[in-house]
Design a protein around this ligand. Structure first.
Ligand code: C2O
Ligand code: CU
Ligand code: CU
Length: 483
């Protein structure tokens, strides 16, 4: 070990150099790695460890993959493995015996476009629930909206045919007033749609494709998963605290979803010395982008997804940390095996996406106000606040009046982010292509282009900060035929 290294470790008491011996040694290896790009960032608390106490890490949970054909999802209290210990929480199919035993999130549903999905939801919770397929284009009866909520011990039958492009969508509860609590306690899962266009790209798959559900969590004094409307103070990925993942020196595809109640994550990859590593963004909420984009950071608010490829080939025997730059949290450590690197290429051209043509005038405006109102109103079940013509491109404008950020989510269609003025003032690379959730931050005006061309019927627009959603920052609209 070099003298500098020794000194830095000895200095490593506080925030500036909170680093464990192990990760520092790894970092030395990592700096020699070829995949490390980008500039050095001066980020306090950016390094591994808390103080100088080495952290015990646990293998990350990767939920089993299931088919939606004849699937039963049971939402119920469960004892789950949160990494090194168990805790009580609420889980979808939490009695799974797949190692490391019962955990959250729920099983990853995976199916190709055209698959008829027949799913039964069983409510084993002590309160009403309903499951919504966030990002899936389904008719109203299958959309899992608050008025469809079922009481304890009741079931709800879904039957829909997947009719959309490849993307990672997700499922979570959507009963009015209780969505935040149910998600906080552990109810969520990924719903991955595949198609031929994506299949032809030869993207990393099997063990090289891993969904990552990133969130915060709070625990009660007994160490059980707790509900706190503001969110939690511990990061958790795939239900695991302080997780690690052993990887080959190869290309990996990570399908990242923010499943937090309120928290926005600034995701980046850092080596143990704070050196920033590049990754490649290939898709987001609505599937693949037109072209892949090398990036060093992506900001994801609750409900948003990022489909990324990480190249570990230059990092044999080293490690990388997935970080949240907003808090400085370590989210997930990747430990790279010391074996011969596995070849592979990241495609540049990914998909063809129609560019919607923007109407010159704004079609409708939505003001997200305070903690629980849109355009001055709180959500009331079954009240239709406006109608939208089927098959017509509209330009919707989102503005905020207090309590931002508001991640705005729409059911029933994907949209394109047209512009952002004020605040951060730009449309980010991860906001191109098709989206179903867009972050509206303080002082921002965001215009989106949307066309409902899948179904007529009732859908929702709401803030995906679940605290705001449960407070009523949600509105129902009806998609109708143009006469
Ligand atoms: Cu992810 Cu209406 O919700
Ligand atoms: Cu949704
Ligand atoms: Cu909000």
């Amino acid at each position: 070990m070099t003298k500098v290294a020794q000194e830095e470790i000895e200095e490593g008491q506080g925030i500036k150099c909170s680093i464990t011996r192990r990760s520092f040694v790894k970092g030395t290896v990592l700096l020699a790695g070829a995949a490390v790009g980008g500039s050095l960032l001066n980020i306090p608390k950016a390094l591994a460890g808390r103080g100088n106490v080495p952290i015990t890490r646990y293998p990350i949970y990767v939920p089993p993959t299931v088919s939606p054909i004849g699937l039963t999802l049971r939402a119920a209290p469960a004892t789950v493995n949160v990494g090194g210990r168990t805790a009580s929480g609420w889980a979808y199919n939490g009695s799974s015996s797949v190692p490391p035993g019962p955990s959250v999130p729920g099983p990853t549903i995976r199916a190709s476009t055209g698959t008829r999905s027949i799913i039964t939801l069983v409510n084993g919770l002590p309160q009403e629930t309903i499951t919504h397929w966030h990002g899936m284009l389904v008719n109203t009866a299958n959309d899992g909206q608050p008025p469809q909520a079922i009481q304890p011990d009741k079931t709800y039958d879904y039957d829909f045919t997947i009719n959309q492009r490849a993307a990672m969508n997700w499922y979570h509860p959507h009963p009015h007033l209780h969505t935040g609590e149910q998600v906080a306690r552990g109810l969520a899962g990924a719903f991955i749609v595949t198609d031929n266009e994506e299949g032809a790209l030869g993207l990393p798959s099997g063990a090289y494709e891993v969904p990552l559900v990133v969130r915060d969590v709070s625990f009660d004094n007994a160490g059980n998963i707790d509900f706190n409307s503001g969110g939690g103070n511990n990061p958790m990925v795939n239900g695991t605290l302080n997780p690690y993942l052993d990887v080959d020196p190869a290309l990996y595809r990570f399908r990242v979803l923010t499943g937090a109640q309120n928290r926005i994550f600034g995701l980046a990859l850092l080596g143990a010395l704070g050196n920033v590593a590049q990754f490649t963004l290939i898709g987001n909420d609505g599937g693949l982008l037109v072209n892949s984009v090398p990036l060093t950071r992506v900001d994801l608010s609750p409900g948003e997804r990022a489909d990324i490829i990480i190249d570990f080939r230059g990092l044999r025997g080293g490690s990388l940390m997935l970080k949240d730059l907003r808090t400085g949290w370590d989210l997930l450590e990747f430990r790279v095996r010391d074996i011969t690197p596995i070849t592979g290429t990241i495609p540049t051209a990914l998909s063809t996406i129609e560019t919607l043509t923007a109407p010159v005038a704004v079609t409708r405006s939505f003001k997200f106000e305070g903690m629980g109102k849109i355009n001055g109103q709180e959500y009331v079940a079954n009240r239709i606040d406006f109608t939208v013509p089927f098959g017509v491109v509209e330009r919707w404008r989102f503005t905020t009046k207090g309590a931002a950020p508001h991640p705005v989510h729409i059911h029933g269609a994907s949209f394109q982010v047209f512009s952002r003025t004020g605040g951060r003032g730009m449309v980010f690379p991860w906001e191109r292509g098709w989206k179903d959730t867009v972050l509206l931050d303080d002082g921002e005006t965001v215009d989106i282009l949307i066309r409902f061309d899948a179904f007529r019927g009732d859908y929702l627009i709401h803030c995906h900060r679940l605290e705001h959603e449960d407070n009523g920052m949600m509105s129902t609209f009806s998609v109708v035929s143009v006469v």
